[in-house]
Design a protein around this ligand. Structure first.
Ligand SMILES: [Zn+2]
Length: 492
């Protein structure tokens, strides 16, 4: 249905000729005309993106404060500079490319608020010798065994596979939480390079833990510090494509010394801490047993509860603890599918302040359409009193959270926002309008409607295919990399 036409993009200074051309595009139905850079999707070689474009005739879908309008979007240097009524935009002539988005939805790129890209090779992985009996056994028998089996090759391949999943499902930013105890140093660069190859933005960190000994804990802190220093002093950080966090696994696997070091690192770089929090009752229980203090109390004592900190899960925080961490400026990232899969319980989402609540996949498929639907159906199933707008708000929260960290405006279509955009091939029977966005989101729209994806004004997915030929070639190697990973996994 959507094909590159055999004529050049519409280029008219004459408004009448332009109007005729747009009318012509309507006759051929979604005449999708794009010029794309050849080869890599990398967005800012030479330090900046000077690719200018306008997307015309689009049905624009905003998710943060849901709204639908029809209009044209102008993009300059990777940023949206104006949004005007359809056909009202004056074309600036040479150097500006145009895409006719007739009968397509244009929405902001999505953000995966918490994931573990290394687990993207895990679908179909070898099962444990017996079924884990509880949460800590799931960690011990599956995920802590997998992360010990990771080497540089599988880290890079897993990150590329997860980033591809995300991009093809309409995500443009990934907040990752990485662990590879036998390949710590440089691991965040491998993930950064995989995301850059596909063209995504990333907020990265290494999960510091004491569970593999003091040496590896120090290496984890050093890796976070190295990456934070790198993004501060590079184009990655200046252009808002990458940022770092002070990462930690979960308080119950960090002794006081390591937890203090993570808090101090966050303070030194003016960033937050990305850590699992109260995913299972074991976090609180083991904190008391092993470290002599409650979970939230320990986080507070060591400077973890600070603005910008990302607390994944918070499944078992009390109402008072939720208020305490959010009063400190911490984000709570809800991961409903993971929580159901691990049988750890359901977070008290009704007591979370929406302005500091986000949504993540926790390593499951990086599909934010699926995650937001799971969140909504769980909201209904549990009788929380919340509704569709609340689940949609969690999704928008992920982009607001990443915006804080990256210093660019994400999740919006308006002047000054990053040109991180998704074109959806969605033509419902019941017309989409501002009053029924949530109904279409939860009962109609899906990742299968994602047609093309842009980050910083560059297309990274076009016609349901990754633009980067290098990424596609490397992904063809994934089965061989996964086979070697599972050999090491079985040997542990
Ligand atoms: Zn997680």
């Amino acid at each position: 249905m959507f094909k590159k036409t055999d004529h050049d993009p519409v280029c008219h200074d004459n408004p009448k000729a332009r109007a005729q051309s747009l009318a012509g595009s309507k006759r051929v139905h979604a005449n999708y005309t794009l010029k794309l850079p050849r080869g890599s999707a990398c967005m800012y070689e030479n330090g900046q993106n000077d690719h200018n474009m306008r997307l015309v005739n689009a049905t624009i879908l905003d998710l943060d404060q849901p709204a639908v309008r029809h209009g044209d979007v102008r993009i300059e240097n990777g940023v949206i500079t104006s949004v005007e009524d359809a056909n009202a935009m004056c074309f600036r002539g040479s150097g500006e490319e145009q895409a006719d988005c007739f009968r397509m939805l244009l929405m902001p790129g999505l953000t995966v608020g918490h994931t573990h890209l290394y687990s993207s090779l895990a679908a179909g992985m070898p099962p444990p010798a017996r079924a884990p009996g509880n949460f800590t056994e799931i960690l011990d028998m599956v995920w802590w065994k997998l992360d010990r089996a990771l080497d540089d090759e599988s880290i890079a391949c897993g990150a590329l596979a997860g980033a591809a999943q995300a991009a093809l499902c309409g995500a443009t930013t990934i907040v990752d939480h990485h662990a590879s105890p036998n390949a710590i140093s440089g691991s965040l660069d491998l993930i950064r390079d995989a995301l850059a190859e596909i063209g995504l933005r990333g907020v990265l960190c290494y999960e510091v833990t004491d569970r593999n000994g003091a040496v590896q804990a120090r290496e984890g802190i050093a890796e976070n510090e190295r990456f934070l220093s790198r993004v501060v002093s590079s184009a990655d950080g200046r252009h808002g494509y990458f940022s770092g966090m002070a990462g930690a696994h979960a308080a119950f696997t960090l002794g006081d010394k390591s937890l203090r070091a993570v808090g101090e690192l966050a303070s030194a770089f003016g960033t937050g801490v990305h850590i699992h929090c109260a995913e299972d009752p074991a976090d609180e229980k083991l904190c008391r047993k092993l470290h002599g203090a409650g979970l939230v109390e320990r986080l507070d004592r060591f400077g973890i509860l600070r603005p910008g900190t990302m607390l994944a899960h918070c499944t078992h925080l009390t109402e008072g603890e939720i208020q305490r961490v959010q009063d400190a400026g911490c984000w709570i990232i809800h991961n409903p599918r993971s929580n159901m899969n691990n049988s750890v319980g359901y977070a008290n989402v009704a007591r979370m302040r929406p302005e500091l609540t986000a949504l993540g996949t926790d390593g499951i498929d990086n599909n934010m359409f699926a995650e937001s639907k799971a969140s909504y159906f769980k909201i209904r199933d549990a009788g929380t009193g919340l509704g569709m707008s609340d689940a949609l708000g969690q999704l928008a929260g992920s982009s607001r959270m990443a915006s804080q960290r990256l210093g660019v405006k994400l999740g919006r279509i308006g002047p000054g926002a990053a040109a991180d955009l998704v074109l959806l091939d969605y033509e419902p029977a019941t017309p989409l309008h501002t009053g029924n966005v949530a109904g279409h989101w939860f009962f109609g729209l899906d990742a299968r409607h994602v047609h093309s994806v842009m980050v910083g004004g560059r297309w990274i997915v076009r016609n349901r295919q990754l633009v980067s030929e290098t990424a596609r070639a490397r992904l063809a190697e994934a089965p061989r990399v996964a086979a070697r990973l599972w050999e090491r996994f079985r040997a542990l």
